[in-house]
Design a protein around this ligand. Sequence first.
Ligand SMILES: C[S@@+](CC[C@H](N)C(=O)[O-])C[C@H]1O[C@@H](n2cnc3c(N)ncnc32)[C@H](O)[C@@H]1O
Length: 229
Amino acid sequence: MGPGPADLLTLRAVAAFRSADVIFEVVGRNSSFSVSGAVVDSIEGLSSRRERLVFSMSLSPGERRAAVRRNAEIVARELRGGNSCVFATIGDPLTYSTFPYLAAEVAELIEGLEVEVVPGVTSFNAAAAATGATLVEHDETLAVVPAFLPENLREGLLAATDTVVFLKAGKTVGAILAALDATGSEWDVAHVSRLGLEGERIAKGPDEALENAGEYLSLLIARRKRENR
Ligand SMILES: C[S@@+](CC[C@H](N)C(=O)[O-])C[C@H]1O[C@@H](n2cnc3c(N)ncnc32)[C@H](O)[C@@H]1O
């Protein structure tokens, strides 16, 4: 369903939501606000029932898997009851999303499960558009990585890539800027948080990016300056 703004939903996504008997939205364990729910709220003409799923952000893979399993059982119960189900997820469902884990678990519970994936505008495509800066062109290379990637891998990537998108770049902005500095190249940096949502901030350059740090729904785009390529 895109990164948040209602007008970045695709027509196909809207049609899927409208045709669903049940829409599943994601909500944080300690929060009553659901980004996916807020976007679904903006769709007119919905008669679907809305249900919320809580996933785990625990560092323990076992706890995360157990939460996916619990949610898969909730979805499977609806499917067994003959209801069509839509899972609402931020950005694109096959890009760093909970969706593939959930779909795989549901497929284990429901024989012959039919799944349709509706592609979405990713957070970083929308962020690049918001900053107006090109992501990549001609022979340049693009990497999309989670910001917690171990240092050595990150260094290798930075040596080999012209533009790097760091997702989940809340707490790690300082470390990312230090790693960029250590490459010896100069980089254009943009940090975008809560794009299209209340509290949206778009920071350009390292100083503003550092001031912006902290928010989970944020990403950093670093593009090697042309003269360094
Ligand atoms: C679990 S990943 C989801 C990625 C998503 N499937 C996509 O296609 O962009 C969550 C990360 O996506 C990024 N993100 C998603 N929505 C965003 C938004 N509205 N503003 C800024 N970053 C966002 C942030 O880096 C966040 O930590």
